[in-house]
Design a protein. Structure first.
Length: 66
């Protein structure tokens, strides 16, 4: 018995005709982007606070275990 489409697969959808006279749309670079000064300062500040808190936490936990 034949199926709904007689066993034939559907053809892929047709692509739209590209006009090669128009420039291609610009893409964002997917690679490395430099961070701004503010972002670098904020990252450094947060890392230093996290490091200090981690050190305090480690000292507190190891001090309690003794």
């Amino acid at each position: 018995m034949a199926g709904r489409n007689d066993g034939r697969e559907r053809a892929p959808p047709r692509r739209q005709q590209q006009d090669y006279d128009e420039p291609a749309p610009r893409r964002r670079s997917g690679g490395y982007q430099r961070q701004g000064i503010g972002e670098a300062v904020a990252k450094s500040f947060i890392r230093s606070i996290a490091s200090s808190l981690g050190r305090i936490l480690a000292k507190t936990l190891t001090g309690r275990m003794r």
